[in-house]
Structure formats: C-alpha cells, structure tokens
Ligand binder design. Structure first.
Ligand SMILES: Cc1cc2nc3c(=O)[nH]c(=O)nc-3n(C[C@H](O)[C@H](O)[C@H](O)COP(=O)(O)OP(=O)(O)OC[C@H]3O[C@@H](n4cnc5c(N)ncnc54)[C@H](O)[C@@H]3O)c2cc1C
Length: 390
C-alpha cells in the first residue's frame, strides 16, 4: 500500500487546480444566477486534456485511470465549482467515454471519442423513468426491432444537460418484461442524436444544480440505426452497471472537493467573525467540532474512493468501495455545507459567500445518482450477506 502520488499525478492535480481556479467561485455564482451552462469551463477542461484523462490514447485521451480522474474532479470541485463539476464528468467521460470505450464498436469509438475528448460534442445519459425511479429494471422505454435498426418509444425524467448534448446514451428494453426469464435480460444501450426527429425534451424547475439543466425526455417513434447499439443486444444491463459504478467514483470526487471547499469557506469566516468578548466564533468548540467531524468523514470517503478507483484501474472488484465512498461523501458534503452555513449565520444564507450554492447543489447527492438507501441496501446485501429487503 503506497499513499504517495506520482510526479505525473501531482502535475495533473496542478493542472486541474489551475483550470478550476480560473473558473472559480465568482464564475459559478454568476452562472448559477443565470441558470447558464458552464460551456467555457468545460471547454478549458477538455483543452487541458482532463476530460480524456482516463480514455484511450488512440482517441486523444491520456490513457490513465479512474484514480487520476478522481483527483482531477476533486481539484476542480474544491477550486470553486462544487459538486456539479462531477456531473459534467459523469455525463461526458463516464456515460459517453467509459460506455463507448468499453462497449462501443470500433467505428463508434473512432467517430465519437475524439469529439467527446476534445469538447467538440457533449453527451447525456437517459436511464431514469417516471414510473421506474430507483427500481430501474422497471423501465418501459422500448426499442422495437425495425429492419436493421429499431423504433424507440418512451419517456425519461431528470436527464442532465440534454439541451447542450449532441448524443444521448439511452437505456431501453429490447424485449418486453414478459418475454424474459429475468428482468435484467432484454435491456440494451443505444447512442443516439439528441436532435433526432421524435426526440423532445422539456426543462424541470428545481432547487439547485442550476448550471446543468434537468429535463423530461420523450421518444416518439425515434429511428435508431443498427450501428447505434452500444454493447450486447439484450444484455446491456450488466454493461450499464459497469458504467454506473464508475459514475459513483466521479460523483464522490466532486463531493469530496465540495466538502473541502465548504469547510474552508466556513472556517475562514468563523475564524474572523467576532460577536462576543472579542473572540472569533471559530474559537468555540460548538463551531469547531462539527467541522472537525465532517472533515474526518470526508477524508475517509476520499480514501475509500481512491481505493475504488485504483481497484477499477487494476481490473479488480470495486463496487463495494464505490458505493460506501459515495454514501459517506454525500453525507459529508451535506454536513459540510450545512455546518458552514450555520457557522456563518446570516451571511451563510447570502449569495455573497457562496456556501448557499454548494449547500443547494450537494443536497442532490443524498438521493442521486444512487440514493443513500440503495447504497445501504447494497452494503447490507453484498458486503454483509444480509437478505434482500425489497
Ligand atoms: C438533478 C437530477 C439529475 C439527475 N440526472 C440524471 C441523469 O442524467 N440520468 C438519469 O438517468 N437519471 C438522472 N437522475 C435521476 C436519479 O438518478 C433519480 O432521481 C434517483 O435514482 C432516485 O430515483 P427517484 O427520484 O425516482 O426516487 P424514487 O425511486 O421515487 O425513490 C424515492 C425514495 O424512496 C427510497 N427508496 C426506494 N426504494 C427503496 C428501497 N428498496 N429501500 C429503501 N428506500 C428506497 C429512495 O432511496 C428515495 O429516497 C437525476 C435526478 C436529479 C434530481
């Protein structure tokens, strides 16, 4: 076990930090207020080679691993972006990049990956459905065979960054639930154009993550070509799980960076603010201990996440660590932003001090992309050998 990072990793972290600081707290506050997409920041992330950090060199990536990606996302989040930058990595190098580089055809890889890595195009991923939710296997979006392709019909909800995306990774049934022995069968993945005839989307009004729109998506007899299948027909569920577990790693990294940033902002304020006896409020244990507790929780989540990432890179099982890390990091980010706001009093509630945005955005990750309850279900069943409770 070696906790030292390599010289290459140190330089990657420095690059991410530099880009993150260029697009710091004020940039994200302005975009949040305008509900505007962080296009300039994402382009710079791509230009710096950070989108493709874990993607194959033959398509313009750096050929490194999920460990380096976690380090990059942590730095960007901590420099000012907060947890939403994790979502940008989720939809692009994970849903687009990992899915296509692992399961796409050679032609799809050659066409899609260089454009994704350079930032020329962005991606989104449509799994969640209004009537399925957490129980993803109840999905009803159906791709009916039609010549050498399919016709897609159905509805998705809460899909991130659809209006900006050129491509969408769609999870659909290719066999009806009554035609299969197990619900995990008969599911396939497709990479389609967002602007294709029959694809419609409308924005959902929401509490936070204002810089990344969330949409309801409707498929009305959308033509899907044979070559747009990603992975194995009818067997996409297990391939999807491989992608979803890497999603946990970047989510966690974004949350780890968020907690560090929120704690830093809260501590700086508390160490200055004096209200009684000319002592800063940060001198009270009632203010210090929650920060210390949350810091410890967050650093534990960061280490578990590195273990998940390193295990993925080594081709070893990593699902347990990825779920445990996500659980802890989401709780830490909720606590860090909450405690930071508490320590700032009224100023924590103002837009001026940034914590309110981090607080709103971090709340999402208690129930998405995997909810706290489902992470606990996973740990109870897979790690503790307890019976399935649902
Ligand atoms: C801002 C935002 C962005 C998102 N982006 C995307 C995206 O890009 N692509 C995509 O496909 N999806 C996306 N999602 C969807 C997200 O993954 C789901 O919201 C999440 O999986 C929870 O599903 P649900 O909202 O339907 O909750 P529900 O399934 O309705 O669950 C409600 C509550 O019940 C709990 N619960 C359910 N079953 C159990 C059980 N067996 N045991 C204990 N508790 C249980 C859940 O944990 C949750 O707390 C996004 C969601 C949001 C809000």
């Amino acid at each position: 076990m070696d906790f030292a990072i390599t010289e290459e990793q140190r330089m990657i972290k420095e690059t991410a930090r530099r880009v993150g600081e260029k697009y710091g707290l004020d940039y994200w506050r302005a975009l949040d207020a305008e509900k505007a997409y962080p296009a300039a920041c994402w382009q710079e992330i791509c230009d710096a080679g950070l989108c493709g950090i874990a993607l194959p060199t033959e398509y313009g990536g750096a050929g490194l691993g999920m460990l380096e990606m976690a380090m990059v996302v942590e730095q960007l989040a901590e420099a000012g972006a907060g947890s939403t930058v994790g979502q940008l990595f989720m939809v692009n190098p994970i849903f687009g990049g990992v899915a296509v580089s692992r399961f796409g055809s050679p032609a799809m890889k050659a066409d899609f990956l260089p454009k994704l890595i350079s930032g020329e195009i962005t991606c989104c991923m449509a799994l969640t459905e209004p009537d399925a939710g957490t129980n993803s296997l109840e999905l009803r979006t159906f791709a009916r065979a039609d010549g050498n392709g399919w016709r897609l019909n159905g509805r998705k909800i809460w899909i991130t960054a659809v209006p900006q995306a050129k491509k969408m990774l769609v999870v659909a049934r290719t066999k009806r639930s009554d035609e299969v022995r197990r619900r995990t069968e008969g599911i396939s993945l497709f990479l389609i154009d967002v602007d294709r005839a029959g694809v419609d989307h409308t924005a959902i009004d929401k509490v936070g993550t204002n810089t990344l729109p969330s949409s309801s998506v409707f498929f009305d007899d959308v033509r899907v070509e044979g070559e747009e299948l990603v992975g194995t027909l009818d067997n996409g569920w297990y391939e999807l799980l491989d992608v979803l577990n890497t999603e946990r790693i970047v989510t966690t990294a974004g949350l780890v960076g968020t907690s560090r940033l929120a704690i830093k902002l809260g501590v700086a304020y508390a160490n200055e603010r004096k209200v009684f006896a000319n002592r800063p409020v940060g001198s009270y244990q009632g203010i210090q201990f929650p920060f210390a507790q949350t810091h410890a929780l967050n650093e534990a989540a960061a280490l578990l996440n590195y273990k998940a990432a390193a295990s993925f890179d080594a081709g070893q099982p990593y699902g347990s660590e990825a779920n445990q890390a996500k659980l802890l990091a989401a709780q830490a980010a909720s606590a860090a932003t909450e405690r930071s706001m508490q320590a700032m009093g009224g100023m924590g509630f103002s837009k001026e001090f940034h914590v309110e945005r981090l607080w709103r955005d971090a709340r999402l990750f208690r129930f998405a992309p995997v909810s706290e309850e489902m992470a606990l279900n996973f740990i109870a069943m897979h790690d503790l050998g307890m019976p399935r409770s649902y």
